[in-house]
Design a protein around this ligand. Structure first.
Ligand code: TYM
Length: 341
């Protein structure tokens, strides 16, 4: 039976990339599947977070999920640290994953930067915790942006190696086809990698020091219009075909964003705007972005005014997540050979 899992870090500045690459996809999947959407606070602290901001940002991601249209009564929304199985399974997987595998992770290299000696140990094993998130629920499908592809390939390798390492006890427990299903990444749509508005070669990110580089989910209409107006482009008008668009990174990015916001494809957008100057297209994009995003920002602010209710939703989600995770974790312990009472 398909089961969807995905996570978003509560590290502030939720942006258009998070929304189009991940959160809108979460919403789309909820009608067909059982879904768990997790605010991954354990992942967030791999880089130090001010405790008060972490608390606030956890509620903010929760509010964003709900404001975007995820129904917390039908699907499970929770914060990772409330289900201890994530940390427990991560430890087991730390012992399955190989250093050589982790050494290939490009995100660690980017985040640790030059001062690698000073990166936390948690940042290094971050992808193992991510594998644990998914495998703890035997999730089969994981909607993410393009930047998480390598981590998901690692999660599959970890699942595979676990199935091999514990093959003897898995066979004894009668799990035909292996204990951990290999999770399938779902990376699709015209905006799987939204780029910075300041530099078309860098992805839009929460940590970019320039606020002009991204549209935040909480931006108002003026901020959205200003950022789109200032977004870097080239001097040519919009092309008429998708072919060759890769060579024009900034144009490609804005067209992909428009397509994703409108729920269509790039070629459809180009049929409408091919040959138009960017000034005209940017006005249309600002209008569309405002129409789609400002109601979400407004709803987030409304939800955040009642933190007690948000915490209640997270507690409810956590208890339902526990109910799925606990038997899987217990069987995992049996398979590893741990005694439990
Ligand atoms: P995080 O918090 O960095 O980002 C959340 C989601 O947003 C996507 N995303 C983007 N998509 C398109 N364009 C962008 N510029 C862009 N920036 C971010 C990310 O791909 C992600 O889907 N490691 C994960 C969180 C995580 C997770 C998991 C995901 C923890 N455990 C288990 C899936 C399954 C992360 O840091 O996402």
């Amino acid at each position: 039976k398909p089961r969807v899992f995905s996570g978003v870090q509560p590290t502030g500045n939720l942006h258009l990339g998070n929304y189009l690459g991940a959160i809108t996809r979460f919403v789309a999947l909820q009608d067909e599947h059982e879904c768990l959407y997790c605010v991954v606070d354990l992942h967030a602290i791999t880089v130090f977070q001010d405790p008060d901001e972490l608390t606030h940002n956890t509620r903010e991601v929760t509010a964003a999920f709900i404001a975007a249209g995820i129904d917390p009564t039908r699907q499970i929304i929770f914060n990772q640290s409330q289900v201890s199985g994530h940390a427990e399974l991560a430890w087991i997987l730390n012992c399955v994953a190989r250093l050589g595998w982790l050494n290939r992770m490009t995100q660690f290299k980017e985040k640790a930067g030059k001062d690698r000696e000073n990166a936390s140990a948690g940042l290094y094993v971050y992808p193992n915790l991510m594998a644990a998130d998914i495998l703890l629920y035997h999730a089969t499908h994981v909607p993410v942006g393009e930047d998480q592809k390598q981590h998901l390939e690692l999660a599959r390798d970890i699942a595979q190696k676990s199935n091999n390492d514990f093959a003897k006890t898995i066979a004894r427990a009668d799990y035909p086809g292996g204990f951990f299903p290999l999770p399938e990444p779902l990376i699709a749509g015209p905006a799987t990698r939204v780029m910075s508005f300041r530099d078309g070669t860098k992805k839009m990110s929460k940590s970019d020091p320039s606020d002009l580089s991204r549209i935040n989910l909480t931006d108002d209409a003026d901020a959205i219009a200003k950022k789109i107006k200032k977004a870097k482009t080239d001097p040519e008008p919009l092309p008429s075909e998708v072919e060759g668009l890769e060579a024009r990174a900034e144009a490609d990015n804005l067209i992909g964003i428009y397509a994703a916001l409108q729920g269509t494809q790039k070629d459809v957008v180009l049929r409408q705007y091919g040959g138009a100057p960017f000034s005209k297209f940017k006005e249309a994009l600002a209008e569309l972005a405002t129409e789609k995003l400002t109601p979400i920002g407004d709803e987030m602010r409304r939800l955040l005014a009642d933190p007690v209710e948000i915490d209640r939703i997270l507690a409810d989600g956590a208890s339902r997540a526990h109910a799925i995770a606990d038997p899987i974790l217990a069987k995992t312990k049996d398979i590893v050979g741990f005694i439990r009472s």
